[in-house]
Structure formats: structure tokens, C-alpha cells
Design a protein. Structure first.
Length: 440
């Protein structure tokens, strides 16, 4: 039989255990404190997520990690922020939320400590293949709302000085709990800002209507005045000047109406409201011509070429002409800001494999977009690279395409320009009979 430890030895062991427990508690409190600081320092979700992930990696001395947030509309987990080798390949990508260890933790709400991922059948190896990074050990913690509903997961990979264990899980559980509350707080803050923006835009729309009315009335007076002058001295030059002025008057009148419609549409977009589209026969070529006519002066100032190709060959479609104008206007106007002098913006028809649809592409020779910007397009977290920009332009385009039961995709690489491809049905209402699920 081994000798029982002496009283002094038992006391020493007890003190050591107590010291370790206090050290563990201090680390947990420090991690919680740093995460709480992030809550008050950052109001944007992206900034907050970045800070939380960096805090988590430092707390457990891990090499890499990610925070994935749920896209409930498409039932997917999106890599909101990634730290580690080849992280840029994952940023903004997504996968179905029932796949992998992350999906299992998200759906179950139970954390997972995996000390050898090769032995876990849930491991989603495609992520390692995509990045070229090998995962050995990992901890995945669910991120939950206060009432318990999941919003995403926190992944931490490959401890630098050993293997991730239950002590590390204790740190990450606290960080994850505080982070989830912080993320919800930041989201509520962003929603509040958008709600206020919507209210202000409604007021601006009302003011614009009042301000534009005298302008429209003044144009009518000028039209009559110029017509009278030409009649009193009907020279060829005077007639040419009258024709030019009448053309510009028409453009200004049309633009005044569109300004009011555009402000209302932006306000509705911010509020999440969408009125029913008014479908009528129209031609894409006429809509694009109106867009180019409106933006021609701006493009000419930057020495940009606006070109339409093959649009006359497209059949007439049933569409909301005003909304399609706004969609193409946004795409072209955004491109003008991105294309250097001497560049080109083209809108051209593409061949559609399905005769019920037309395909139209808007391409430019601009500077292109990085992957994180491309991934955020058409979403509530749209990123604007313009000083003071809101990122709402592309979301408005997506809302227009959705209202027509169409599809929009984008291809872009930095330094190689951008191509937006729009797939629009000839008759949006006719799709409901074939696809009832699309009607709601």
C-alpha cells in the first residue's frame, strides 16, 4: 500500500488546485471583459465579428478560426469573418447549414470539442480542400440569441501549444455567449439606422415633390417662350436650337418624375416594403436608351463610352418599365463611378436557352470588385466603396429583378471589370402557373 500524503502535501495540492481554478477563472473573466469591450466599441456587425474572433483565438492560443452566421432565407451558414491561411478563399462563401461539424452544432445548439477531426465523420473536408489548410483539432461553439434561437457558430482551429480541450471550451463558451448578444445588439443598431433613414427619405421625397413642381411649371413657360421666339424669327439655326431645347426639356421633365419615384423606391427598400409591380408590354431597348440618354452627360464628362448591343432583337416583355429603368440606371450609374476615363459600359443581349426568358448583361471595363464586396451584393450587408455610399443601389436592383421573378448574377475580379447578368421572363405572371411556389 502506498503511503497516504501528509497533511502538508494535501494542503499544497489543494492550494495548487485552487490556484489553477482561480487562474482559469481570471482567464475567463478577461475573455468576457474583452468581448464586452467590443460590444461598446463597434456598432457594425462586420467590425464586431472581426474583434470577437480575434479575441477568441488569442484567448485559447489557436492558429485559425471563423465566425459563421445563418442565412435563414437560404438555410445556409455564411463565413462572415475568417482568420488563418488562405482565409480570403472562404470569406463570404457558404454551405447548407445541415453539413459539417458547424452545421451539427448550429442545429443542435451543443458545442463540440474535436481533438482529431479525421476521426469525426461530420467533418466537412471540402473546406480544407478549398483553402489548402489542414484542420487537426477544433472547437465549435453555437452563437444563440438571448431566448435561445441560433444565429451562427464560432469555430476555433489548431491550438498552437497542444490540443484544444474542455478548459478552452470554457473560455469560448463565455466569449460565444457575449458575442451573440453583441451581434444582436449591432444588428438592432443597424436596423434602427435603416428605419431612421427610411423615415428621412420619406420626408425628403415629400420635399422633393414640392421643390420640383415649380421647376416643371417653369419648363412649360420656357417652352412657350422659345416657341414664340422661333415663330417670330424662323431661321434654320433657331429651329435647331428649339429642337435641342425641347429635347432637353423633355429629359428634365422625365427626370423630375423619376427622382420622386426613385426616392420612394429607396425608402421602401430600406423599410423592407415592396409595392406590387405594374406589368405592361415594354422593350428593353427603349428602357436602356432612356437610361443612356439620362446619364450621357455624366458619362461624357468622364470620356466613357455607353454602348447597347443586340437589344433591338429582344422580344417585347411584360414588365414594370419604371422599375426596370431604375435597375439599369443603378447598374450603369454605379459603373460610371468605377470605370476610368476612356473605358466602356455595355448593355448587350445574350442567347437564352429557355424561350420563356431573355438574358441581358451589363458589363464594364472598370476596376472590378474583391470577393467580399461581391458576396455582400444584393444583401442587407451590402458594402459601398464610394465615399458616403450606402450600398443600397445593388439591393434595389435585386428587388426589381425579384419582383419580375427573374435572376441576377455577377462576375467580377479586381482589375478585370464586372459583368451583371439579368435573366428576365417574357411574362412574369405566366410563371406562376408553372411554379406556384414562386408566387408568394
Amino acid at each position: 500500500m502506498s503511503a497516504r500524503p501528509s497533511t502538508s502535501e494535501r494542503r499544497r495540492l489543494h492550494r495548487r488546485t485552487e490556484d489553477l481554478r482561480l487562474l482559469q477563472r481570471d482567464k475567463e473573466l478577461e475573455a468576457a471583459q474583452r468581448t464586452c469591450q467590443a460590444l461598446f466599441q463597434h456598432h457594425r456587425v462586420d467590425e464586431l465579428v472581426e474583434q470577437v474572433l480575434c479575441t477568441a483565438l488569442e484567448a485559447v492560443n489557436a492558429e485559425a478560426g471563423s465566425i459563421l452566421l445563418a442565412d435563414h432565407d437560404h438555410r445556409r451558414l455564411v463565413f462572415q469573418y475568417v482568420v488563418g491561411q488562405k482565409s480570403e478563399r472562404l470569406q463570404g462563401t457558404s454551405f447548407p447549414w445541415h453539413q459539417g461539424i458547424a452545421g451539427s452544432v448550429f442545429l443542435s445548439g451543443e458545442a463540440a470539442v474535436i481533438q482529431d477531426v479525421k476521426q469525426d465523420p461530420r467533418h466537412f473536408a471540402d473546406v480544407d480542400l478549398l483553402t489548402g489548410y489542414t484542420t487537426h483539432d477544433m472547437i465549435t461553439v453555437p452563437l444563440k440569441k438571448w431566448e435561445g434561437a441560433p444565429i451562427g457558430v464560432l469555430n476555433v482551429l489548431n491550438k498552437r501549444d497542444g490540443v484544444l480541450d474542455m478548459n478552452d471550451l470554457a473560455h469560448l463558451t463565455i466569449i460565444g455567449a457575449v458575442a451573440a448578444v453583441a451581434i444582436q445588439q449591432a444588428r438592432l443598431f443597424e436596423e434602427a439606422k435603416l428605419a431612421e433613414l427610411g423615415r428621412l427619405l420619406g420626408d425628403i421625397g415629400h420635399d422633393l415633390k414640392n421643390l420640383l413642381q415649380p421647376l416643371v411649371m417653369g419648363l412649360e413657360v420656357l417652352k412657350e417662350e422659345i416657341t414664340g421666339i422661333v415663330r417670330s424669327a424662323p431661321t434654320d439655326k433657331a429651329k435647331q436650337s428649339e429642337a435641342l431645347c425641347q429635347e432637353e426639356f423633355t429629359l428634365v421633365e422625365e427626370t423630375c418624375v423619376r427622382i420622386q419615384d426613385r426616392v420612394k423606391q429607396i425608402a421602401d427598400c430600406v423599410k423592407g416594403l415592396t409595392s406590387a409591380p405594374k406589368f405592361a408590354p415594354c422593350r428593353i431597348s427603349a428602357i436602356v436608351e432612356a437610361v443612356f440618354r439620362t446619364l450621357r452627360v455624366v458619362a461624357d464628362e468622364k470620356r466613357l463610352v455607353l454602348r447597347a448591343e443586340g437589344l433591338d432583337s429582344l422580344p417585347e416583355i411584360l414588365a414594370d418599365e419604371c422599375r426596370l429603368f431604375n435597375a439599369f440606371y443603378n447598374l450603369v450609374n454605379n459603373a460610371i463611378a468605377e470605370v476610368p476615363a476612356g473605358g466602356r459600359i455595355s448593355i448587350h443581349a445574350q442567347e437564352a436557352s429557355d424561350p420563356r426568358f431573355i438574358l441581358v448583361a451589363v458589363s464594364d471595363t472598370g476596376r472590378g470588385m474583391p470577393s467580399e464586396v461581391v458576396q455582400s451584393l444584393f444583401s442587407s450587408r451590402a458594402i459601398s466603396r464610394k465615399p458616403g455610399g450606402t450600398g443600397l443601389g445593388t439591393k434595389i436592383v435585386k428587388d426589381v429583378v425579384d419582383a419580375h421573378r427573374g435572376e441576377i448574377t455577377v462576375q467580377s475580379r479586381v482589375g478585370e471589370g464586372t459583368v451583371f447578368s439579368l435573366k428576365l421572363p417574357l411574362n412574369p405572371s405566366g410563371l406562376f402557373a408553372h411554379f406556384p411556389q414562386m408566387g408568394g
